[in-house]
Design a protein around this ligand. Structure first.
Ligand code: XMP
Length: 332
């Protein structure tokens, strides 16, 4: 609309002024904030922006290709896709403790990104190299990191974030979303031409499926989980309530968790001995507390039937009826 159109013009002018004829690097994750920041900066400076998309092999089904289709195919932005799945899975082999897994994923992510950023900073023949690092920091992040957080607060889960990267890389910081709240970021994204499904997506944790596969992460598990989760999400988008809202939009976050235990089942005349998944769907306004969502039985039935029939290797589907607290939203 008109107001957002004006906002974009101003933001674009500000970015152009700040960047001048220099170049910018941005870490694209596929999440809302980095996507909107990328689209906005690209609108302002085009090819002077290079996005780095690190694929840690723990993304959802076809997620990497979707990010590339959108940013390269439709927006014609420069994106370097780094397929680091072997590296991540290699380092995760044999590791089952959740905090240890989080530290490995977060640490590797920074290493891989830094390596790419250092190359872009150095430039090459005729290319003078990037001087800015752009981040999709939004207003609530600014408050959270500046706010008085008790040092004694217990760390339940170490979140991976890329704090301190600009200093380490010797790059100037560009944060065009710093003044915006989440809903404003979403509106901006839509106004910039990003698809609604992308901009209104549920949050996805940095460590990705790494914290949705309990215990040791294996490619086999990730592949099964991706397929099961895609079915759950597809049906959440298909089913609506009386008002016509989809269950995807009626929930704040929904996903599938892979349980590395096997249970017995029966299929045709045969016995199966296969893995279990848990469906998780919550409603929350701040993600600090959350209620499990009262999904319609018809939806649960459809999802469990499809997963068990379509994903060979999974023969049992459960639904998580734990609220936060005392449970957390993610299982690790
Ligand atoms: P929990 O599981 O702690 O999750 O109840 C609260 C919210 O945070 C998300 N989450 C993360 N987000 N990096 C992120 O960016 C992380 O490491 C991370 N761990 C959890 C989780 O998906 C939920 O929305």
């Amino acid at each position: 609309d008109w107001i957002m159109g004006n906002y974009i013009e101003e933001a674009v002018a500000k970015i152009r002024e700040q960047v001048g004829d220099e170049e910018v690097i941005l870490g694209l994750s596929g999440g809302v904030d980095s996507s909107v920041a990328a689209a906005l900066i690209h609108r302002a400076i085009g090819d002077k922006l290079t996005c780095v998309f690190v694929d840690h092999g723990l993304l959802r089904l076809n997620e990497g290709d979707m990010v590339m289709d959108m940013f390269v195919g439709k927006l014609h932005a420069k994106v370097i896709r780094v397929d680091a799945s072997d590296l991540f899975l290699g380092k995760l082999a044999g590791v089952s403790e959740p905090e240890a897994k989080r530290k490995i994923i977060g640490g590797l992510f920074v290493d891989v990104f830094k390596e790419q950023a250092a190359k872009l900073k150095a430039g090459d023949g005729g290319h003078k190299g990037a001087t800015f690092l752009a981040q999709g920091t939004i207003y609530p992040d600014v408050i959270e990191s500046g706010g008085a957080k008790s040092k004694k607060a217990v760390t339940i889960k170490s979140h991976h974030n890329v704090g301190g990267l600009p200093e380490q890389l010797g790059l100037k910081l560009l944060e065009p979303l710093r003044e915006l709240f989440k809903d404003e970021v979403r509106e901006l994204g839509v106004a910039l031409g990003l698809p609604r499904e992308m901009v209104y997506r549920h949050p996805f944790p940095g460590p990705g499926l790494g914290v949705r596969i309990l215990g040791e992460v294996k490619k086999e598990y990730a592949d099964l989980l991706r397929r099961a989760d895609a079915i759950f999400i597809e049906e959440l988008r298909n089913f609506t309530d009386e008002s016509g809202k989809t269950w995807y939009d009626l929930t704040s976050q929904a996903f599938t968790v892979f349980l590395p235990v096997k249970s017995v089942g029966v299929m045709g005349d045969g016995r199966t001995y296969d893995y279990v998944v848990a469906l998780r769907a919550v409603q929350t306004s701040d993600f600090m507390t959350a209620d499990w969502a009262e999904l319609p039985y018809a939806l649960l039935k459809k999802v469990s039937g499809r997963i068990i029939n379509e994903v060979r290797g999974i023969n049992r589907v459960t639904y998580d009826v734990s609220s936060k607290p005392p449970a957390t939203i993610e299982w690790e």
